[in-house]
Design a protein around this ligand. Structure first.
Ligand code: ADP
Ligand code: MG
Length: 266
């Protein structure tokens, strides 16, 4: 092949990569061709290397977009959770959930307990594991969900919004019960739970024991129907004990106290 025709083949190849929007491969092309010459790569090996670069870039983009979409409020991981500080949380059960098998049969997770005991941390850490495994995940608070559904109702986008909440493989609904839900918000939450029932997992955190769920809703029948669906296939964590935050405050206060006391006790 003459240099000119080789040059025009090369230009055509760049054109193909651009048309197919294989930007990473296009960018890597000169280097891969060079490596192929230097390492005496066969055609198959060279093509594999070129497309492999594109696949890696595509996967990284997909991961980044899943991560952005998930809107997780903190970078928490399961490995960061201090099980010794929270004996009411079953370590082996959490590790089992970490395998994400619960997503396969749309099992729901309920984290129930007072503020500061790690409910959000556990839900978010499992959410991160799900994102990293490639599952579409979405984090919201109950208040945000209510506000979004309220806007949707006003703007005539109710159905679209309901589809949005049905979409993710894992939906985290944080802080249910902190604020009383107006009837419209309760209806929205009920519909989200109903349409995901047996189709997609919900990880829900709440400060209200199951017995007092009637209080979130004006209508105890709605509360009962929703609990039915949530609990049918579920893992429930009843977390009690001290607030981890308070524990940290206390430890710090203790240290400060010691620091203050130290000179006089010497
Ligand atoms: P909750 O949602 O139950 O109110 P969070 O999950 O927000 O509590 O936890 C409160 C704070 O304490 C967070 O900064 C969290 O990282 C930390 N925390 C709580 N429990 C633990 C734990 N067992 N190990 C490590 N950090 C914890
Ligand atoms: Mg929380």
């Amino acid at each position: 092949m003459s240099t000119t025709s080789e040059g025009s083949v090369y230009q055509a190849l760049r054109g193909h990569l651009a048309t197919l929007r294989l930007a990473a491969a296009a960018e890597a092309l000169p280097g891969v061709l060079e490596a192929a010459r230097a390492e005496n790569l066969g055609h198959t090996a060279m093509l594999e290397r070129l497309l492999g670069i594109e696949v890696t870039a595509t996967e990284a983009r997909r991961r980044a977009s899943l991560e952005r979409f998930a809107s997780l409020p903190a970078p928490w991981r399961l490995a960061d959770f201090d099980f010794d500080a929270q004996p009411s949380v079953d370590r082996s059960l959490v590790n089992e959930l970490g395998t994400l098998r619960f997503l396969e049969d749309a099992t729901n997770l309920l984290f129930i307990g007072p503020p500061g005991v790690g409910k959000t941390m556990l839900a978010v850490a499992l959410g991160r594991a799900a994102v990293e495994a490639g599952y579409r995940t979405y984090y919201t608070t109950a208040a945000e969900l209510a506000a979004r559904c309220h806007r949707a109702a006003i703007e005539g986008r109710w159905a679209t919004t309901m589809r949005f909440y049905a979409g993710p493989r894992l939906l985290i609904i944080d802080e249910v019960g902190y604020l009383p839900l107006p009837a419209e918000a309760a209806a929205a939450l009920f519909q989200v739970v109903s349409q995901r029932y047996l189709r997609g997992s919900i990880a829900l955190t709440t400060n209200l024991g199951i017995a007092s769920w009637g209080r979130i809703f004006d209508d105890p029948t709605v509360a009962a129907a929703m609990l039915d669906r949530l609990l049918h296939r579920s893992v429930v964590f009843n977390i009690d004990g001290d607030s981890y935050r308070m524990r940290a405050h206390r430890a710090r206060a203790e240290q400060v106290r010691k620091g203050v006391m130290a000179p006089s006790s010497r």
